[in-house]
Design a protein around this ligand. Structure first.
Ligand code: IPE
Ligand code: IPE
Ligand code: MG
Length: 247
């Protein structure tokens, strides 16, 4: 079934270069089963594997996964701890396989806020997979888009103060170059699971002309088939970027 969809994606062409995913619905998935929220987070790891493998199979260049937001620090300490521990487990367990597949892992977000062990595990996978020429996997951890934008503004102000940049030289390009995603094309497609229709402080700058796709599927149930369906739907859309349709 997913092989069929994959073949259709290739025929239709125009695979999105960059796909971003807001992985949502772990808590509700667990609740439906009468289990604690952590149970849903653990189950969500399999869906991460599906998304990464599926992205590699259809030739997506960049996959950005929203794993933990700055606002998520305000969740109960037990849940934050469980999420951090799962993140550590994921990066330790997948390191070898991702490297073998040529996946280059990068982390976007305020990693200074992570605990020592988690930070070390994250740094380790980034270093271990550096230079991979296959899929580029951005893990958004302790990430907030407004915070990212403010940091970029601060970095530019700093350059102006040091006299290496004129205010008049600040344009969209110089600004984007200060964001975590400086090296990436903007996302072509954003997927949000669990039926929510909001951005939740994710990639506010980068999503300016991104196609949005929401699905009721809860994150732990997400498979490569859902990814492929989102891409096929994307391929049927007409992106105009404010212009008129090509005739
Ligand atoms: C997504 O699932 C995981 C994170 C935000 C870390 P949730 O934990 O938000 O699950 P719901 O939205 O409460 O169902
Ligand atoms: C967004 O999901 C953050 C991640 C998926 C990591 P949330 O569940 O935190 O967002 P809200 O609270 O529904 O907006
Ligand atoms: Mg949620």
């Amino acid at each position: 079934m997913s092989a069929d969809l994959q073949a259709r994606i290739r025929i239709d062409g125009d695979v999105p270069r960059h796909v971003a995913i807001i992985m949502d619905g772990n808590g509700r998935w667990a609740k439906e089963r009468g289990k604690p929220r952590e149970h849903g987070h653990r189950a969500g790891m399999q869906a991460v594997r599906e998304a990464v493998e599926g992205a590699g199979e259809v030739g997506i260049e960049v996959l950005t996964l929203f794993a933990f937001s700055k606002e998520n620090w305000h969740r109960p300490p037990g849940e934050v701890k469980a999420l951090m521990s799962l993140l550590e487990t994921y990066v330790r367990r997948e390191r070898k396989e991702l490297k073998e597949k040529g996946v280059e892992v990068r982390v976007i977000g305020d990693t200074a806020r992570l605990g020592r062990m988690t930070r070390a595990a994250v740094r380790d996978i980034v270093e271990h997979t550096r230079g991979g020429t296959g899929l580029r996997l951005n893990l958004a951890i302790s990430y907030g888009a407004r915070d990212e934008i403010v940091s970029a503004a601060r970095a530019l102000a700093d350059r102006v103060q040091r006299g290496t940049l004129l205010p008049a030289e600040i344009d969209e390009e110089t600004f984007a170059a200060e964001l975590f995603t400086a090296k990436d094309p903007d996302p072509d497609l954003l997927i949000r699971t669990s039926g929510e229709h909001r951005i939740s402080n994710f990639m506010l700058w980068q999503l300016a002309y991104t196609e949005l796709h929401t699905t009721p599927v809860l994150w732990p149930d997400f498979t490569r088939k859902d990814l492929f369906e989102a891409i096929l739907e994307y391929q049927r859309r007409e992106r105009r970027f404010g212009r008129v349709a090509a005739s």
